[in-house]
Design a protein around this ligand. Structure first.
Ligand code: PGA
Length: 251
């Protein structure tokens, strides 16, 4: 499976950051065995698309509807029109800040697929849930509840990726233990196989949460880890390029 390294710029990025995107694009060209992508703020999707040639460009959210009276929201059709080829859905910051439930994430996923976008659907437990021994049950329920109905389930590997992002590891510098990541990715794979049959085997499962140049190699080499969703360390080439290089050794 080709490793998939995705930078989630969150609410960071003005036009001056396009220089970083160009450098990341060149690095992707030097690592042809890795799928590299960036999800900039929506305002930069068009300019970034024009600035790069090798990497995927995506949005960080979309509405459940294609268009309409929803001030300040963005539809999947608009993301695609601006040049996006994928969208991140159900990120824990969206679930936390905007009350997104699994059902909302699923509805967004189906709208995004209809607009021709591929998906990265995020799941992950809080620290309290992990401490209570509920991590697998919580994440499993998120997978079951957030997965879109695919018109062609056989294409799942091409249309969909899952990002396992323990909430307590995001932006905290506290990375999950590799053994715990392996166990959770296996549990997610089981849910995918149950929902999608054999096609579930082709869906890449990314790890996210404080991935950096130092820990990327060990995480990416772990059983069942198909790539990384990277926040803070995707904002500069200095931090992001070593992660792409680490993935290159795993392809
Ligand atoms: P982080 O964010 O790498 O800054 O922890 C990851 C994410 O939220 O996708």
């Amino acid at each position: 499976m080709r490793p998939y390294i995705v930078g989630n710029w969150k609410m960071n990025g003005v036009k001056a950051m396009l220089a970083e995107a160009r450098a990341i694009d060149r690095a992707a060209g030097r690592n042809p065995g890795v799928d590299v992508a960036l999800a900039p703020p929506a305002t930069l999707i068009g300019p970034l698309r024009d600035a790069v040639t090798m990497i995927g460009v995506g949005g960080q959210d979309c509405h459940t509807a294609e268009k309409g009276a929803h001030t300040g929201d963005m539809s999947a059709v608009m993301l695609a029109d601006a040049g996006a080829d994928f969208v991140i859905l159900g990120h824990s910051e969206r679930r936390r800040d905007h009350g997104e439930t699994d059902a909302v994430v699923k509805a967004k996923a189906e709208t995004a697929l209809a607009a021709g976008l591929t998906l990265i659907v995020c799941v992950g437990e809080t620290l309290a849930e992990r401490d209570a021994g509920q991590a697998e049950a919580i994440v499993g329920a998120q997978v079951d509840g957030s997965l879109p109905v695919l018109a062609d389930p056989a294409s799942a590997g091409l249309r969909l990726a899952i990002a396992y992002e323990p909430v307590w590891a995001i932006g905290t510098g506290r990375v999950a233990a590799v053994e715990d990541v392996v166990v959770m990715h296996a549990a997610i794979r089981e849910r995918l196989m149950a929902a999608l049959g054999e096609a579930g085997a082709a869906v890449r499962i990314l790890y996210g949460g404080s991935v950096n140049a130092e820990n990327a190699a060990a995480l990416l080499a772990a059983e069942g880890v198909g790539g990384a969703l990277v926040g803070g360390a995707s904002l500069t080439t200095e931090a992001f390029l070593p992660i792409i290089a680490a993935a290159s050794h795993e392809d």
